[in-house]
Ligand binder design. Structure first.
Ligand code: SF4
Length: 162
């Protein structure tokens, strides 16, 4: 069977597109690899009235009072809603490999929790697309996290790229 150049180009294009569809959910999210983009997204999350990512300084009590007012609760209760237990906070093994530099592994975090020791890490926020700190929070916090399984992480990525 003969194949023209045009047909060959079409077959290659279709095949590349199929491979990209399969691979795109396995690629690290762009902000984890691009500091400028990450900073831009983080700054937008800090400024946006409906997000208010923070506090910049973890001991900023005024931030927690504002958050408590927003959630109609007390500062102490507001402090229980942080990135580390947010549904969009991704610390799955595959995401940990996307993070630059040294961060705590899931095993180290579990050990610290078991020993009632303090811990902190960076994770990826799927709601606002930047690397966020486990001890911070934002007004769009939602219960159900963190994301600790690769499969769940891939699902979030798939939904984010549609
Ligand atoms: S959506 Fe969740 S993970 Fe993202 S910044 Fe807000 S609290 Fe943190």
């Amino acid at each position: 069977m003969k194949i023209t150049r045009r047909q060959l180009r079409r077959v290659i294009k279709e095949e590349l597109s199929r491979l990209w569809e399969q691979a795109k959910n396995f690629v690290c999210p762009e902000p984890t690899q691009d500091l400028e983009l990450n900073t831009k997204n983080r700054n937008s999350a800090i400024k946006a009235d409906y997000i208010q990512y923070g506090p910049l300084n973890l001991s900023d009590e005024a931030y927690w009072e504002r958050a408590a007012e927003h959630w109609k609760t007390t500062p102490d209760v507001a402090k229980d809603s942080r990135c580390y237990n947010c549904v969009a906070f991704d610390i799955s093994p595959r995401m940990q490999e996307c993070m630059p530099g040294e961060i705590m592994s899931q095993e180290e975090i579990e050990e610290a929790i078991e020993n009632e020791e303090p811990w902190e890490t960076l994770g990826y926020c799927w709601m606002h697309s930047f690397k966020c700190h486990s001890d911070r929070t934002c007004y769009t916090w939602a219960a159900g996290g963190p994301i600790v399984e690769d499969e769940v992480s891939h699902d979030w990525q798939e939904r984010n790229t549609q």
